[in-house]
Write a protein that binds this ligand. Structure first.
Ligand SMILES: C[S@@+](CC[C@H](N)C(=O)[O-])C[C@H]1O[C@@H](n2cnc3c(N)ncnc32)[C@H](O)[C@@H]1O
Length: 169
């Protein structure tokens, strides 16, 4: 193999890895699409957390919401299964130190016992399963949940602001 073949082969392999990392998540949750700045701000306003409380982003993508939460003085925990997004978001939020934790793990196994607020931007056909996950949470404390774009089927939102739905569990 000469150097040209080697570069070409490496390029193909990297491309394939990227495609796989971004497409396999479709089986487990939603594809990557970041929430815009305006909605990120509104989502945190809607959750109404106070400094020191914990926000969990189920499918935290590139970590933008986690960074904003940390800037507002919250603890932020993200679950992300795309390894590229996990590394990118970890690098992006490193400067917030202990305030931000990101787990390379499926959010279907998320520990929500310490969460005060949850943010999700998923896909319609996973919202019913999400409802079960949130309802099965092992805590007596009320949990505020904001879903971007997709309502939870059969559950009345406590409040709505544009494409954001606030629920209380
Ligand atoms: C629509 S994006 C939302 C990203 C971020 N929360 C935001 O609003 O900007 C959904 C993210 O969830 C991730 N994801 C999908 N299924 C997942 C699962 N089962 N566990 C953890 N992350 C998942 C995807 O890789 C993607 O980054």
């Amino acid at each position: 193999m000469n150097w040209y073949d080697y570069v070409l082969w490496t390029g193909w392999m990297l491309g394939l890895l990227l495609i796989l990392a971004y497409s396999f998540v479709l089986f487990f949750g939603a594809p990557y699409l970041p929430t815009m700045k305006k909605q990120r701000e509104e989502a945190l306003d809607l959750l109404g957390l106070t400094a020191g409380q914990t926000l969990v982003d189920l499918g935290s993508g590139d970590g933008r919401l986690l960074a904003l939460a940390a800037e507002r003085g919250f603890r932020a925990v993200g679950y992300e299964i795309n390894p590229f997004l996990f590394v990118y978001s970890w690098l992006r939020t490193r400067r917030y130190g202990w305030r931000v934790k990101i787990r390379l793990q499926s959010f279907w196994q998320a520990d929500l016992s310490q969460a005060d607020g949850v943010f999700v931007f998923l896909i319609a056909h996973h919202m019913g399963r999400l409802d079960k996950l949130l309802s099965a949470r092992n805590s007596k404390q009320a949990l505020k949940v904001v879903s971007h774009a997709f309502p939870i089927p059969g559950k009345q939102p406590f409040k709505r602001s544009g494409s954001l739905f606030l629920y209380i569990y």
